[in-house]
Design a binder for this molecule. Sequence first.
Ligand code: ADP
Ligand code: MG
Length: 308
Amino acid sequence: MEDVGKELNRIIKSRGVDGRYRQMMEEVLADKDVRDFIEDHKEKLSQADIEKSFAKLYEFVQEKKKYLAGDPSMIAPGYEPQLSLNFHFIDVTYVPTDELLRLKREEEIRNRVNSLDMPKDIRKASLRNFESDSGRKEALVAAFEFVDNYEENPKSFNRGLYLVGSFGVGKTYLLGAVAHELAVKGFETTLLHFPTFAGEMKQAISNDKVGPKLDEVKRSPILMIDDIGADSMSAWIRDEVLGVILQHRMQEQLPTFFSSNFNMDQLEKHLSVTQRGDEEPLKAQRIMERIRYLSKEIFVAGENRRNG
Ligand code: ADP
Ligand code: MG
């Protein structure tokens, strides 16, 4: 430290420069991290090297101050400035903080869940702090089982869940929790509110966007169709949208989940009458064959958890 101190003083003195510059240098060279860094690398740093690096040392001291104060005007928010030696030149590197890494990881996880028209609170759903009771237990166990099996063997066919239960028992929440858990493990899920999606598909006819929208959904590695049967369906939505999605997923053995207020038998009846009132039981049967193949029916019971 003795040597470095002398060295630094010499640098300051050797500069017959104006007071402001001198003041800046003094501040920089008084910084403990700067002094320690120079001390640690004194074998490799000459006085000229230190002088040459002065702008970087100054940047370091300023950015460190901002970093410690949490000043948002810092060059790289979330990154901690550190001195590094780049041959004979001192440089500042910005190292991501643990907090930033945590936020980035969380963002990556969130990005793996593609939620289409889903309520916001579903994004916070998690299996790990899922409030369970007897009415939800079977569904929760099946959910964990699915996640375990899928993680172990994502390429083989894993049957999804068909969650049945009345309004507010937590079906959508459970889908969101499964999607989140899968995202933590690195898997991508598309979660869509089916009645809204059906409406958007109808709109898409007019601007020729049906194909790409349908493709994206049908190819999703894991698909969750929320609230199926909540609205009456047109024959086109049932056969050309839902039917096409399910056919593809069966062929490609892609996991598919559902939630509904109807059990499977009730949904079959619901699907056999179109929006226009036509009775088409065979069409409904074909859809149900695919749903039955893709998923396992599980009842969810409990009080309505929705407030108001
Ligand atoms: P459903 O889809 O069956 O109609 P929701 O999943 O929308 O019901 O749940 C209703 C409300 O209860 C939502 O606000 C949801 O966030 C909350 N909720 C449901 N299940 C749980 C749970 N296990 N833990 C905490 N909150 C829950
Ligand atoms: Mg719901």
